[in-house]
Ligand binder design. Structure first.
Ligand SMILES: NC(=O)c1ccc[n+]([C@@H]2O[C@H](COP(=O)([O-])OP(=O)(O)OC[C@H]3O[C@@H](n4cnc5c(N)ncnc54)[C@H](O)[C@@H]3O)[C@@H](O)[C@H]2O)c1
Length: 455
């Protein structure tokens, strides 16, 4: 039985290892973290993250061939293959602050692996990293005492939060980057063998290390770029009375473009898109590729613009003031089916509304705990109500910021009656039935479409 270790029990480490344990009963899988609270949560019935199907997945393997531990040193020694899935946030200090990846957790992990290894190991980059990070990892590991050999591979993770279990079960592709040497290719094969337990051969793609590292940044940059592209068009639609849903349908029917990820909204969020694009921007700057850097940077700028534009539209349609008005924010998670709020558009939108002295009440089925942390600086000014009907009571406006399916089936007549008149609803995800809302009496504002107003 081979031993797999994953360092970092976060959104990626936990679910990916649970899937490997489930599909590979011939491997022993251990996930370690320095965060004791997180490990205790993985060992309990209250997992530290919410993902549909995750609780069942973990339950089916925990204690059999999936284990969680805080004893990083001891587990490193036992492992044949070590996945590193620690956080790689944007640097907040020094050179490259606000753009470059903060690699301190990454480098510390390399040193811990080095200090606790007494036998050869394959080290797999699961975290998203700047191109050529494997080079730095290799140089640190090369200082190992004679006889111990490490082979570094890149295996970026493409799962999306909210559909993590589904994506891991049936990935579009699995990328494995390794060196074109005999030992490099042997290590690549060891990782291919794991994924081939359930992923079809044609979906397991092997390539050189640097291509694999860059492909992850590039994929996220392309996805975010599509969101910013359609959002930039939504502003033109609002100015010209074109309808962004119709435009998006028309362009999406072109088979060269495709229809996915063309939905106008308050913008993308999540821990990865912004961080990975800025990382790409910094990489371009480092290599003197200024024009390329500015090109990708604009994707992030449009995303920020879309959020401030949404708030500006709210203010101007509500008679140029939201001060002292109760605004019910429905949805705080960066997307449906997750409790994750990292870089959620709701954060900046709520802050902008609070700065305008609105009385913000936040409702979300899974993310209220995280929302409280995100808005901690406004603690005494924000109200939190899990129950939507309590949140909207006495509200002048509703801003829907997450596309939770439950928001489609609310009793909007009841909501209308609970609110202050005239009732405004701003659909930041363009997914509600706007005709129905208008017929009830709401003044309905969405993104990239003419508003439907009674006044
Ligand atoms: N969240 C996503 O949807 C997603 C998707 C694809 C790729 N990624 C990438 O995967 C990586 C991990 O992301 P995440 O969302 O799981 O992060 P996360 O913050 O949820 O988890 C990272 C974990 O690593 C632990 N850690 C940090 N340093 C450690 C050390 N020295 N030893 C042991 N544990 C340590 C932290 O305590 C934390 O629990 C990032 O590079 C991210 O860009 C994330």
């Amino acid at each position: 039985m081979k031993n797999i270790l994953c360092i970092g029990a976060g959104y990626v480490g936990g679910p990916t290892m649970a899937m490997i344990a489930r599909k590979c009963p011939d491997y022993n899988v251990v996930v370690v973290d320095i965060n004791e609270e997180r490990i205790a949560a993985w060992q309990s019935d209250e997992l530290p993250i919410y993902e549909p199907g995750l609780a069942e997945l973990v339950k089916s393997t925990a204690g059999k061939n999936l284990f969680f531990s805080t004893d990083v040193a001891a587990e490193i020694e036992k492992a044949d293959i070590i996945f590193v899935s620690v956080n790689t946030p944007t640097k907040t200090f020094g050179k490259g602050a606000g753009k470059a990846a903060d690699l301190q957790y990454w480098e510390k992990t390399a040193r811990v692996i080095l200090a606790n290894s007494k036998s050869d190991k394959i080290v797999v980059e699961k975290s998203t990293l700047p191109v050529r990070t494997a080079d730095a990892m290799e140089r640190i590991l090369k200082t190992a005492p004679d006889g111990i050999k490490f082979e570094v591979l890149s295996n970026p993770e493409f799962m999306a939060e909210g559909t993590a279990v589904e994506d891991l079960e049936d990935p579009d592709r699995v990328l494995i980057g390794g060196h074109d040497t005999e030992s490099g290719q042997k290590a690549v094969q060891a990782l291919v063998d794991i994924y081939r337990h359930w992923v079809p051969e044609e979906k397991v793609v092997t390539m050189n290390l640097w291509s694999s590292e860059l492909s992850k940044l590039a994929a996220n940059a392309f996805l975010a770029q599509r969101v910013s592209s359609i959002n930039s068009l939504s502003a033109i639609c609002e100015a010209t009375e074109a309808n962004v849903a119709e435009v998006s349908r028309a362009i999406g029917m072109d088979s060269r473009i495709g229809s996915k990820f063309l939905k106008a909204s308050v913008g993308f969020g999540g821990s990865c898109f912004k961080k990975d694009i800025l990382n790409l921007v910094y990489l371009c700057e480092t290599y003197g590729l200024e024009e390329v850097a500015r090109y990708w940077e604009q994707v992030v700028k449009i995303n920020d613009y879309q959020q401030s534009r949404f708030v500006a539209n709210m203010i101007s349609s509500m008679f140029n003031t939201v001060a002292d008005k109760r605004i019910a924010v429905l949805g705080f998670a960066f997307k449906a089916d997750t409790g994750d709020t990292r870089e959620s558009p709701a954060i900046s939108i709520c802050k902008l509304l609070l700065d305008e002295q609105a009385n913000v009440v936040v409702s979300d089925p899974k993310a209220i705990g995280n929302a409280k942390k995100d808005l901690a600086e406004y603690a005494d000014k924000v109200e939190y109500e899990e129950d939507v009907y309590a949140a909207v009571k006495g509200a002048h406006a509703i801003a829907v910021l997450t596309e939770w399916p439950m928001y489609e089936t609310l009793d909007y007549k009841k909501i209308f009656d609970l609110m202050e008149k005239p009732q405004f609803i701003f659909d930041g995800r363009n997914f509600l039935d706007h005709d129905m809302l208008y017929d009830i009496g709401f003044n309905v504002y969405s993104i990239g479409k003419a508003p439907k107003k009674h006044i």
